[in-house]
Structure formats: structure tokens, C-alpha cells
Design a binder for this molecule. Sequence first.
Ligand SMILES: [Zn+2]
Length: 172
Amino acid sequence: MMLATRSLGLVGFTALMVLASEFVPRMAAFSTDRLIHAGVAAGFLLVALVLGLGKTYLPNQFWGWIPALCALYLGSWVPDWDLIVGIGFHRNPLSHSVLPLLVLAWATGFQSQLVFALGLGLASHLLWDMVFFGNLTWISGRSADMAWLGLNLLLTLVAGAILGRPRRVEVR
Ligand SMILES: [Zn+2]
């Protein structure tokens, strides 16, 4: 029951943010940049499936895929919400780190299949920002930016795999 509520909540939250992006300046759910990030996230998902991680970390029922895909999409989007604060905050080291995963994982009650998908999406975002225009605020120098993004990319994948590990359901 708890599981279903959290999943529904995540789907609702994603839909709400997509709607809100129509009204919030710079949030752009449907920009080219956004579509590219979502595409890279889909690539990460494919790699995870090819590596056989699906059995452990991804839904085994059709309906489970809707919240999992929302989680993947959110993960790939959430770092750029720093744009809402202002363009001067864009590519903030805090939003471009493992931190959003920890917050979202907590918000979804550490539900395994959601946490892993969130991590994949976030990691794909960090990788793409390394490939293109990886200029972070606060941190100066390209190599320091790369080190920050690379380190957090690794942390995100590890945290996604650890926090997203399925717990055995207790039988009462
Ligand atoms: Zn970004």
C-alpha cells in the first residue's frame, strides 16, 4: 500500500512539474536541451538493462514502469531546476551532485525501483554536463568542474545501487 502511494505520488509530482514548467520561467520541460538529457537517460536505462541490472533494480510488472520512467525523467531533469533561482545559479555544484538523489530517494521512502531509476537519470545528466559545457558555478577551472561532476557521477551510481537495492519483504 505504502509502495503504491509513493509511486503514485512520484507520477503526480512529475506531471505537476511538467505542467508547472509551462509557467515557471527557464524551467522548460520540453526544450531541446531537456529532450537531449532525457535521451541520454534513456541510453543509461538501456545500458542497465543490457548489463542485466533490470532483474534486481527495475520493475517486473508493466504498471511499475510508469513510476520508474517518471523517476528516470525526474532524475535527468532535477539538476537544472537551479535555473528557477536564476541563471546565475545554473550548474550549481549542489544541484549537480549526488544530493538531489538523496533528497528524492528519501521523499520516495527509499523505494528500490524508483531510487535506482532516479540515480540513473541523475548520473546521465552529470555525464552529459561533463561532455558539454561543464561549467559549474562556485568552482573555477575546467578540471575542478570535471572532477566534481565525475566524482558525483560515481557517487550517484553507487548510491543508486545501494539505496535502490531491494529489501526482502517481511512475511508476517
Ligand atoms: Zn545541468
